[in-house]
Write a protein that binds this ligand. Structure first.
Ligand code: BES
Ligand code: ZN
Length: 643
């Protein structure tokens, strides 16, 4: 009765003042249309200075790509259809682009939508501003520019098989805007789907569910080739959309894991990464269910600029991790761990890159410990500690602002700011919390953290509030001993840091000192050592060694011929400052046969630091190597070479 009365009164009110009724309807319409921005994006530290998007006004929720690769022109193009949520009164939507050639923008009915490209910034690219009208779906016809920063187009000679071309993308941090017109900010999660047409004889893979593993023939009237379709139905940060096209085979590893690689690399890769399924099990036992379906690894041609990239369902990995003895598989543990820290809970801005990489480096060692035990893992942790000390030195010492976890990027290139600090200081922070509260309690906290924030962005301030609410819980003594704010916002390493494992390298360090003092190589049990021990031995030798000490070392342990990329790198870092000529062919070979920035950039820098001996070498080798590098690597080396 009462509700009838209320309804009647409401009707009456509406009848009396139709404007109220209209207003209500309009309010309702707008409320349901308002963009559902992740609440965390309201945090004071959630503003992403590396994106032009204004998600509170209008945001992309879904991207549907229909693209064709053109290996001759080195371009990818077609249409991107974006689903949009917009606030009441929003007139336009702002997307990120870099070098894209926009041909036409239309709405769902095919009507033209006005658009303009704003001024282009060398790092951020240009905003694409589209008049929305009432449209909540927009079609963009476009193609990538000739120098798309995310893409590398390899000639057949640059592949393992030497017969077919290859294409791959690298989206992190802000490169995907060079081939996808969308809001390229890690806080703006989007579902996506794609149809990719490639030349007959090539296969496309992407970082989502593969709906057509073998592709479908496209009729000649539609341009021919094969179409591959993909779908990611979980909202992801747009930097995680990735593609590769080439002569790609597949070999299963476990029930939900497998290897994609060029046929020439497939067998070695599958042997090297045979423990992948066990790693997924170990990770789940630590921090909760793996939520992405399959976990496959794509081993790329050697030009891939990183060790690994955590593209969801399909980690991209360098072939330089294939050492032949499974000694570099922590890389897989690392990329897998990103399925939680990074892909599930994602840094909202690149200023909090440590929330991705520091958590992942900690998580990686926990996976390694479960599979290979504490001793081997402690050695890797101790190597990470050495890297941290080197990174602090490189940043300018423990007082330098670059040693903070939460960074002030001031609009600079997020990629160039990313030193080992985020990885190793971040991991040391979490190890310190673990030691302070105990492993069991910390694990329970981390597991709940991933559950509570799954598929959400994260910032430093929100993390600190979360750990206070759910771990510290008002315990004043604990709050004091953790020094949370100091870890996140101050430079250097707080004194409460959990020290690195003490005994990890005692014997190795003794061998290193005695070899430097003149001991015979037979006293160094190099052959019996693990890769970690070999690396520590080389890294602990004095930076200046006599020609005799270097010769003896190289001959005894065949360092210049090492097939282990990390060992070779450690050796060359020692050989170069000593102007050790016999290693120059190895330097040249290494720099011209792989393009991993972590190896390439420091070696060029080391050569450049050696004046008349090194600079001409650097220039000669770079002239040959540059065309083989991904833009990520060549732009960094360009900078080091002085433009
Ligand atoms: N997400 C990173 C790679 C990355 C970092 C891409 C910054 C773009 C900008 C990836 O997870 C990573 O950390 N890779 C490491 C390997 C790892 C074992 C430390 C690499 O590439 O060396
Ligand atoms: Zn990482």
């Amino acid at each position: 009765m009462r509700s009838f009365l209320a309804a009647a009164l409401a009707l009456l009110a509406c009848a009396c003042s139709p404007s109220v009724k209209e207003q209500k309807a309009e309010e309702q319409r707008q409320a349901s249309a308002a963009p559902k921005v992740a609440p965390i994006l309201n945090a004071p530290d959630a503003k992403d200075i590396h994106s032009y998007a204004r998600p509170a006004e209008a945001r992309v929720t879904h991207v549907a790509l229909d693209l064709r690769t053109d290996f001759e022109a080195k371009r990818i193009g077609g249409t991107a259809t974006l689903d949009v949520q917009a606030a009441p009164g929003a007139k336009e939507i702002v997307l990120d682009t870099k070098g894209l050639e926009i041909e036409e923008v239309t709405d769902a009915e095919g009507r033209t939508l006005a658009f303009r490209l704003g001024a282009s910034d060398p790092i951020l690219g240009a905003p694409l501003i589209i008049a929305l009208g009432n449209s909540r779906q927009i079609h963009i016809r476009y193609r990538s520019g000739p120098d798309a920063g995310a893409l590398q187009w390899l000639t057949p000679e640059q592949t393992a098989g030497k017969k077919k071309p290859f294409l791959f993308s690298q989206g992190e941090s802000i490169l995907n805007r060079s081939w996808i017109p969308t809001q390229d900010s890690p806080g703006i999660r989007q579902t996506w789907e794609a149809r990719i047409v490639v030349p007959e004889g090539l296969k496309a893979v992407m970082s989502g569910d593969k709906l057509t593993p073998d592709g479908e023939a496209v009729s000649p009237t539609e341009g021919g080739g094969r179409a591959f379709r993909f779908r990611m139905d979980k909202p992801v940060a747009p930097y995680l959309i990735a593609i590769a096209v080439g002569d790609i085979g597949f070999q299963p590893l476990g029930k939900r894991t497998g290897i994609y690689a060029e046929p020439a690399t497939l067998k070695a890769a599958a042997w090297e990464f045979a423990d992948t399924e066990k790693m997924v099990d170990a990770a789940e036992a630590l921090y909760g269910p793996y939520r992405w379906g399959r976990y496959d690894i794509l081993v790329l041609p050697p030009a891939f600029p990183f060790g690994g990239m955590e593209n969801p369902t399909l980690t991209f990995a360098t072939p330089t991790a294939i050492a032949g003895d499974r000694s570099l598989v922590s890389l897989i543990a690392h990329e897998l761990a990103h399925s939680w820290s990074g892909n599930l809970v994602t840094n909202a801005t690149w200023a909090d890159f440590w929330l991705n990489e520091g958590f992942t480096t900690y998580f990686q060692s926990r996976i390694m410990e479960k599979l290979y035990g504490t001793e081997a893992t402690n050695r890797e942790i101790a190597l990470g500690w050495d890297d941290l000390q080197a990174a602090i030195k490189e940043a300018g010492g423990p007082g330098a602002p670059g040693t903070k976890l939460h960074l002030d990027l001031k609009g600079g290139d997020p990629d160039s700011a990313m030193a080992d600090i985020a990885y190793e200081k971040g991991a040391a922070f979490l190890r310190t919390v673990e030691r302070t509260v105990g492993r069991e309690r910390f694990d329970a906290y981390l597991r709940s953290y991933f559950d509570r924030h799954a598929f959400q962005p994260m910032t430093a301030s929100v993390f600190l509030a979360d750990i206070r609410a759910n771990l510290v819980k008002g315990d004043k003594a604990l709050e004091q001993s953790l020094r949370l704010d100091e870890w996140v916002y101050q430079p250097g390493i707080p004194t409460n840091v959990a020290p690195p494992p003490a005994e990890a390298f005692a014997a190795v360090d003794r061998a290193s000192a005695s070899y430097a003092g003149g001991a015979a190589p037979e006293t160094v049990p190099f052959a019996k050592w693990s890769t970690s021990e070999r690396l520590r031995f080389l890294n602990r030798l004095p930076r200046q060694l006599s020609r005799e000490r270097l010769d003896t070392l190289d001959r005894a342990f065949r360092l210049s011929q090492s097939g282990n990329s990390e060992v070779l790198f450690a050796w060359l870092k020692l050989a170069i400052p000593n102007h050790y000529d016999p290693a120059v062919p190895a330097v040249e070979h290494f720099l011209t046969t792989q393009g991993r920035r972590k190896f390439v950039l420091p070696l060029f820098k080391a050569l450049l630091a050696e004046g008349d001996w090194g600079r001409p070498l650097a220039q000669r080798i770079y002239a040959k190597a540059r065309p083989t590098y991904h833009p990520v690597t060549s732009s960094s080396v360009d900078e080091a070479m002085g433009g």
